[in-house]
Design a protein around this ligand. Structure first.
Ligand code: NIG
Ligand code: FE
Length: 420
């Protein structure tokens, strides 16, 4: 067996091995191998174990990478992004610093609608170029797979354009993208006061068009923003139920601002994940646990909004809900391109241990994205998405913050980032 690459002698190799989302006490199980190594062939992991054993597999063609004094871990999976957009909302950020609230701006026709106007006006090429720059930065911080939502089109043609951008970027950028359709991301201005009419457009026009589009997209999720100022539970149920009849896996934005019952809806419909969950009650957490819904927590959003009501990550783990993490990268609430920064926030404010947060940002995020069998851990048969971090042990990934700990990024066996 000719091995292409062996990364060896890691102070700690975090396998995060598992065959299902990790929950409860297992959420902190990093599967650490001290002096560990991983062998890669044709973009896949073919052996993991003690350095001495793995090094013995090398031939004269094998490239050897010494990770002495460093840690090796699976590439980060960012379970929730709105990375595909054009423009910015720096002006709204300044208004919020002076006291305006996010929901006030949204209800006044700004917020998401500002980005929708910019994105509708942009060409596909412009959307792709602006998004590619963000993906480059995400990659340099160790993200090797990211979920990516539409939702800044809010009409069929533009939603399809955003899907095309995701498809094109997935094919041409090292980061693998998992597409999510969120046509119900906001009520567009042309439907002001007619939310139910817009829901009908999502159900009757957008969903069939997206589902039947020319793109061969596996695992196309459907998501809804179920919250104050967006869609209520009945509207959300209508959209998600229709998506489910089309065999689309489901996600929901729930409890970011107000608790409308979106978490219970996720449990009722068997969604893959419920996301945000800043104001979710304990009884609703139990529903999520019983229905095997993954809680995708997004501390960058709470921080980005300058708020303090972070999701209670500790409580989700106590209630046996598998917890995943994402950046929520978007121009309004959380322009964060760094998963290590998300770990720094999730530990301090959502009360996850560093080990729990790493599992949340790798294996559990992969399951939340529908690809837990392919990525998210260092296991034989999985894609060789591997990071080398220049830190002496895993706790430093959350402990030290604000600079980039990731030195080398390997995507499908190729070294795509190498920093001094
Ligand atoms: O997850 N809540 C809805 N969507 C985003 C915000 C999008 C935006 O403001 O552009 C979020 O926070
Ligand atoms: Fe979001």
């Amino acid at each position: 067996m000719a091995i292409d690459l062996i990364i060896h002698s890691a102070a700690q190799l975090l396998t995060v091995a598992g065959s299902a989302p990790k929950r409860g006490s297992a959420q902190s199980d990093l599967g650490i191998i001290e002096h560990g190594a991983v062998a890669i062939r044709d973009g896949e992991i073919v052996a993991v174990g003690a350095s001495d054993e793995i090094r013995a597999l090398a031939t004269h063609e094998t490239k050897m990478l010494d990770a002495r004094g460093k840690i090796v871990l699976p590439g980060f999976v960012d379970a929730h992004t709105h990375v595909v957009f054009t423009g910015d909302r720096a002006n709204e950020f300044e208004m919020r610093l002076r006291g305006a609230s996010y929901l006030e701006l949204l209800k006044a026709g700004g917020g998401i609608m500002n980005t929708v106007r910019a994105t509708r006006a942009a060409s596909l090429g412009q959307i792709i170029n602006e998004t590619r720059a963000r993906l480059d930065r995400m990659l340099s911080y160790g993200t090797t797979t990211a979920e990516a939502k539409t939702g800044y089109g809010l009409d069929t043609a533009t939603e399809l354009k955003l899907l095309e951008a995701i498809y094109e970027l997935d094919a041409t950028h090292p980061i693998d993208l998992i597409p999510t359709f969120i046509g119900a991301h906001a009520i567009p201005e042309e439907f002001r006061g007619r939310a139910d009419d817009f829901v009908n457009v999502v159900v009757e026009e957008m969903l069939p068009a997206i589902r039947n589009s020319k793109f061969e997209i596996r695992n196309l999720f459907c998501d809804v923003f179920c919250d104050d100022g967006a869609f209520d539970v009945e509207q959300s149920r209508k959209i998600l139920e229709r998506a489910r009849t089309m065999n689309m896996p489901l996600k929901i934005h729930a409890d970011e601002f107000a608790n409308l019952g979106g978490a219970a809806l996720a449990a009722e419909l068997g969604a893959v994940s419920a996301d945000h969950l800043m104001v979710t009650r304990r009884d609703e957490m139990k529903l999520l646990a019983d229905a095997n819904v993954i809680a995708v927590l997004l501390p960058g959003t709470t921080f980005g909004l300058g708020k303090t009501d972070f999701a209670n990550g500790r409580a989700f783990i106590e209630e046996n809900v598998p917890v995943a993490l994402g950046s929520d990268l978007n121009p309004g609430t959380s322009w964060c391109e760094s998963m290590p920064m998300i770990l720094a926030m999730a530990t301090r404010y959502e009360k996850l241990t560093t080990a729990e947060a790493i599992v949340a940002a790798t294996l559990n995020a992969a399951y939340a994205s529908g690809i837990g069998e392919r990525v998210g851990s260092l296991q034989v048969g999985k894609l060789a998405d591997v990071l080398i971090a220049d830190v002496p042990d895993y706790r430093y990934l959350a402990y030290r913050y604000g600079t980039n700990p990731i030195q080398t990024v390997i995507k499908r066996g190729n070294m795509v980032v190498e920093r001094e």
